[in-house]
Design a protein around this ligand. Structure first.
Ligand SMILES: Cc1ncc(COP(=O)(O)O)c(C=O)c1O
Length: 459
């Protein structure tokens, strides 16, 4: 490090200063304020049922569902919302979604079985390389299921299975959007749609009615608008015998106030630490406790632009199908933890570990950690770790709170999407889930994992 001439270091710094990521400095203030308003309810959940705990809040789920469906409501346009089970297929979440009247997006036989058992009457089955068993399950419930086909071969397989079972089924076809990197593994290219529609027209048991695409992580409407403008001409070139009935525009809608990055992990920050000009890990000593935030378009504005493009580019009368997962589920589940040990005023260890998140996510991104027992709207720098026997088990570098005392209840809000479904059985057991229902009642809906759950062979 010492051998790098100062002039070169200065030049590198100047170059890095030109880094223009579309981020701004701030905090996830609204999320923290929302938590503060319900602090006593969250503390009650922690005290009555213990920690660690996933707390599922059905009223918040309802609020997200209402906001999403209202955003996509427009006279003269049929919009159907299918909840993407992959975001959070816990029973309480899925049952609450069903009670709210949404349709289901299942991406495996397991999720399809769950959707059927929970009483969903409209289900899409999507995903690559579906097994014969998964397709047969869809065929057995063809009155409720539309299969989103992933390839020409899958069309042939579904047709053969449907013929064997003497039944017929509705289908869509997944399209991959050019330039979407790894996502080209899914579906068929837009350019292959005429050939696909022609092949589908030959099938007696599979009725092609629509198309599906999906783009992930959309903080703005741009990706949907570009794809819809490409889709219009593709649909016009190739109409199946019964005509196109729907276009499923997938999920990927990003909740506001949801994610923040540590400023020292930008390209610039990483280079500075490589050059020895910043600490090798963690925040620099002059960190001002702010984070890097992405501008996120509110769902109402995003929906308006998407619906305008849908109606401008696609044939009139087409139904718009949607598959949100993260947008609906994320704000509805929180993690509650207890401070189990305080080693110094700035270093505490909680009773739950980050296996409950699935991976070492909070080393790389920030979610507010809030001390419900000694709350504050201001952060104090500290390190809060989990109880796993690994140093990577980190909850955060700062906490909203006056202090950190043994027994304090901490909350990591908005952990409803891709968290419980990715949680790991690493060292510690998976924890219980408590639900807050629409009447404001709390109850445990799933117990913590036991030795018997993990090792059923032991009897
Ligand atoms: C086909 C499809 N639909 C919907 C979703 C849900 O996406 P999100 O949770 O970002 O809304 C996904 C996620 O990968 C997907 O692949």
């Amino acid at each position: 490090m010492k051998t790098i001439p100062p002039a070169i270091l200065a030049a590198v710094q100047e170059l890095l200063d030109q880094d223009d990521e579309p981020l701004y400095r701030g905090e996830l203030t609204e999320l923290v304020e929302q938590v503060m308003q319900q602090r006593s309810q969250y503390l009650e959940a922690a005290h009555r049922f213990g920690t660690p705990q996933y707390l599922f809040e059905e009223p918040r789920l309802r609020a997200q569902i209402d906001r999403f469906t209202a955003a996509f409501a427009r006279e003269g346009l049929v919009a159907r919302t299918h909840y993407a089970f992959k975001a959070n297929p816990t029973l309480s979440m899925v049952q609450a979604i069903q009670r709210a009247g949404l349709a289901a997006d299942a991406s495996s036989g397991l999720e399809l079985e769950l959707a059927l058992r929970c009483g969903f009457t409209r289900i899409v089955l999507s995903g690559p390389a579906k097994t014969d068993e998964e397709l047969e399950l869809a065929l057995a419930h063809a009155d409720r299921v539309t299969v989103h086909l992933d390839s020409f071969a899958e069309l042939s397989r579904l047709e053969a299975l449907a013929a064997r079972h003497q039944t017929s089924i509705r289908a869509g076809v997944r399209l991959n959007t050019q330039g979407h990197g790894l996502w080209t593994k899914f579906g068929i290219p837009f350019t292959a749609l005429p050939e696909f529609a022609a092949q589908a027209a030959q099938q007696r048991h599979v009725h092609l009615e629509g198309v599906q695409f999906h783009l992930s992580w959309n903080r703005q409407a741009g990706g949907y608008l570009r794809t819809l403008s490409e889709l219009g001409p593709a649909l016009a070139q190739s109409t199946p015998p019964g005509g196109w009935r729907f276009a499923d525009i997938g999920g990927g809608y990003y909740p506001e106030d949801d994610e923040a990055a540590y400023p020292w992990l930008t390209r610039r920050g990483r280079l500075l630490s490589l050059l020895g000009l910043a600490p090798a890990e963690g925040p620099p000593p002059d960190w001002d406790l702010s984070y890097l935030l992405h501008p996120v378009q509110p769902i109402e504005a995003m929906a308006r632009e998407i619906m305008d493009a849908f109606q401008r580019h696609l044939p009139a009368g087409l139904e718009m199908w949607l598959e949100p997962g993260r947008y609906l589920a994320n704000q509805a589940v929180h993690l509650l933890l207890r401070v189990a040990d305080v080693k110094t005023p700035e270093l505490a260890i909680t009773d739950g570990g980050t296996n409950l998140l699935g991976w070492e996510r909070l080393e790389g991104e920030h979610t507010p950690l809030i001390n419900l027992s000694h709350p504050s709207l201001y952060q104090k720098p500290c390190r809060v770790y989990g109880s796993l026997c690994t140093p990577h088990d980190l909850w955060g570098y700062a906490c909203y709170g006056e202090a950190l005392n043994p027994g304090d209840i901490l909350m990591l809000p908005a952990q409803g999407a891709y968290v419980q479904t990715l949680a790991q059985r690493f060292i510690k057991p998976l924890c219980q889930t408590v639900a807050l229902d629409l009447q404001g009642e709390l109850r445990q809906v799933a117990p913590a994992e036991t030795l018997k759950d993990r090792y059923p062979q032991l009897g």
